[in-house]
Design a protein around this ligand. Structure first.
Ligand code: NAP
Ligand code: SF4
Length: 670
């Protein structure tokens, strides 16, 4: 029997039975913008179907040209687009899976000039102003949703999900924040709900009873002028009556100033909002956001919070999540750590999505799971992110691998990153430990590989993933006892006093500030909701209440020499929340500083042309890193051409994302 009996119970939903309760939630990939996008999407989704999910929901496709997210985004509005969709639906069906198309009209979030909205109210996250749809155009848009669903049926999909959350066009009709219309689609709640309900009724009429209709409704808007809990529940009941088979739940509009899925959000933080909807309807309800382990998914089902769980990013991280859980191999799951670094942050940079912990995601056709033509003897020196990724992938490709690590444990810099509140790198290390234990990789832990030893062993390939060392800047007094390195602080070997200056306001500077100012590690759900002003009962406007003031127990000043806004290197989708959190705790950031010296009195700087003394107990240095790669020259002297990867190759801007991708790519090149 599966250790997760609720998760692996079949469920009747509308026209068919789902084999378990795990749904791959919709996630944009941008694959549709690639020349070979359909084949790549087919491979991507087929691998997830093979991995045991009961149902897949595609990324959003617009029902018409105005609703496109970007000019080159995907739409399903004409029969000539059926072929590209058939490839995807057929690939999933061939693996025994089911797949629904998500229909998404971007409304005022569209990044093209033909954008439309419920009203002419621009979004704070889009510089373009929408044109308000005329009444007849709204009716036409309703018909376009229904036509899109009919085309999806023709393409072979098992159903559609109508995207009615996150602040896209449907949300823009339901909320007073964005709807000041005076026709039948504006004014009273009944009028504002007319647009989504008309869409559901028109869609059902077009596709018939034997086609699944999911509706993703906003369980919490998290914006002023959004729906409150009472209105949301009324909406849920109306959707059920209109003919929806399954209610999926979305949390927060994209313009909300509350983080909803980043690593700082506690796991399953939004369960109360989903449970409220479940209590209001009799159709299946799906929980979403920050559900990344089978144990947590099981708990939500057992507690009656929802009937299904939607996992989007966790299935980028591990396509076989469901199979591994079902077979009692949860410790082998490559867990999504909610970093957003390669999924959402890539999309913001107009890149195809992938995954930090699984760089194969969305690149399955470039990195097929096949063995190398010739098995080689490979040495990987360094078991940090780059070395682990390279060693495991090389082993999977049939090479005989020896992995050397000078420290007493694997992980390198990941062992520091996992100390930062909310950062779940401990899961990544657990995954790698399990993979190593199940492999025949020769593991030499606590063993510093020397050039002579490597030369003697006669490896076919030597990979140096020997990492980085913290940079100690050239500031007078930098060896003063007040000065601590970030690795000493994050590892807990040194504990700074109550007044701290942080030299360097890059990724690690921010992480250290978070580490030193968080009162008790990662926040639990009640504290998180209070700090971000979310009403647990959802009664306020948009589910919001005034945030509870917070203050860091330490007085912290972060500094950088550049005059550019601090934290520019932080992720687009998480950096803003970290900056807000630290500002709320009273942490100061000074830019454009010149460091003069460090002495018993503290840190002396020049700021805005004036000399200043920061009277601090400790100065924590987070000034970047230097590569550690002296072994390369020693090997070269012995005629061995070692390949550098990760921080050992280039310390600048090194992070786990680049390290893991580079490690995997090298293993495929062997
Ligand atoms: P970083 O982001 O490049 O920041 C280094 C900081 O040190 C900068 O603020 C820089 O500012 C300062 N600095 C550089 N040389 C200096 C010197 N000689 N003297 C004094 N200050 C100096 O590097 P990091 O913080 O070490 O992070 C490493 C990588 O991991 C980066 O790519 C980072 O983006 C990534 N990371 C990301 C996150 C995240 O997204 N949440 C978290 C951790 C790490 P000035 O030169 O202006 O003084
Ligand atoms: Fe999860 Fe990070 Fe991978 Fe995105 S990049 S799927 S957040 S682990």
């Amino acid at each position: 029997m599966s250790p997760y009996p609720q998760l692996f119970q079949a469920l009747r939903t509308g026209p068919f039975t789902l084999k378990n309760r795990i749904v791959m939630g919709s996630m944009h990939t941008r694959l549709e913008t690639e020349p070979d996008g359909s084949a790549r999407a087919a491979a991507f989704y087929a691998e997830r179907a093979r991995g045991g999910v009961a149902l897949i929901i595609t990324g959003g496709y617009s029902p018409d040209a105005a609703g496109l997210l970007e000019a080159d985004s995907g739409a399903l509005d004409q029969p000539d687009k059926l072929a590209e969709h058939r490839v995807v639906a057929d690939a999933v069906h061939a693996e025994g899976g089911r797949i629904c198309l998500q229909i998404l009209h971007a409304g005022r979030y569209a990044k093209h000039d033909a954008l439309v909205g419920a009203s002419e109210i621009p979004s704070p996250i889009n510089r373009r102003k929408p044109r308000a749809l005329a009444t007849a155009e709204v009716e036409q848009t309703v018909a376009s949703f229904a036509t899109c669903a009919a085309l999806a049926r023709e393409a072979g999909y098992d159903g559609v999900e109508i995207m009615g959350s996150e602040g896209y066009l449907i949300s823009q009709f339901t909320a007073l924040r964005t709807n000041n219309r005076s026709d039948k689609y504006g004014g009273t709640l009944e009028n504002r709900l007319r647009f989504p309900l008309d869409i559901v009724r028109a869609t059902r009429a077009r596709v018939g009873a034997d086609f699944l209709i999911l509706f993703r409704m906003s369980a919490l808007d998290l914006v002023e002028g959004g729906l409150n809990a009472e209105e949301t529940l009324h909406f849920a009941r109306a959707l059920e009556t209109a003919g929806v088979d399954v209610l999926d739940t979305g949390i927060g509009w994209h313009e909300a100033r509350v983080p909803t899925i980043g690593y700082m959000v506690p796991r399953a933080a939004w369960r109360a909002a989903t449970a409220r909807i479940k209590s209001a309807v009799s159709i299946p309800v799906m929980a979403t956001n920050r559900i990344n382990t089978p144990g947590l998914a099981e708990e939500l089902l057992e507690q009656g919070v929802a009937d299904l769980v939607s996992l989007a990013r966790p299935l980028l991280a591990d396509a076989a999540f469901a199979l591994k859980a079902e077979q009692g191999r949860a410790d082998e799951i490559n867990t999504c750590i909610a970093c957003n670094q390669a999924c959402l942050d890539f999309l913001f940079r107009d890149k195809v999505a992938s995954c930090l912990v699984n760089p194969r995601a969305c690149h399955e056709t470039s990195y097929p799971k096949v063995r190398a033509l010739r098995a080689k003897r490979v040495a990987v020196v360094g078991a940090g992110a780059a070395g682990l990724s390279c060693a495991i992938t090389a082993f999977e490709r049939g090479h005989s691998v020896t992995l050397y690590e000078a420290q007493g444990e694997i992980g390198g810099q990941l062992n520091l990153a996992k100390q930062v509140p909310g950062k779940e790198f401990a899961e990544t290390l657990r995954y790698f430990r399990t993979r190593l234990a199940h492999s025949s990789i020769g593991l030499k832990i606590g063993h510093r590989a020397g050039a002579d030893e490597l030369a003697r062993s006669g490896y076919d390939a030597v990979v140096l993933a020997s990492g980085v060392s913290p940079r100690l800047p050239d500031i007078p007094g930098v060896t003063h006892p007040k000065v601590l390195r970030y690795d000493e602080v994050l590892s807990g070997s040194k504990v700074p006093g109550a007044r701290v200056a942080i030299i360097g306001a890059g990724g690690i500077g921010f992480d250290v500030a978070e580490f030193l100012s968080a009162s008790h590690g990662a926040a639990a759900t009640p504290e998180f909701l209070e700090a971000w002003g979310v009403d647990p009962q959802g009664m306020g406007d948009g589910g919001l209440v005034p945030p509870k003031p917070e203050q860091s127990a330490r007085s912290i000043v972060m500094l950088q020499r550049k005059s550019t806004p601090p934290g520019k290197s932080l992720g687009a989708t998480t950096g803003w929340a970290l900056r807000m959190e630290l500002a709320r705790r009273g942490i100061l950031v000074l830019t454009g500083v010149t460091y003069q010296r460090i002495d018993d009195a503290g840190l002396h700087i020049l700021h805005e042309g004036q000399p200043k003394l920061l009277e601090v107990d400790h100065v924590v240095v987070c000034a970047g890193q230097e590569p550690v790669n002296a072994l390369r020259a020693e090997l070269a002297a012995r005629g061995i051409d070692a390949t550098l990867i990760g921080g050992a190759e280039r310390a600048e801007e090194i992070d786990a994302l680049r390290a893991m991708e580079q490690g995997m790519r090298l293993a495929y090149a062997m």
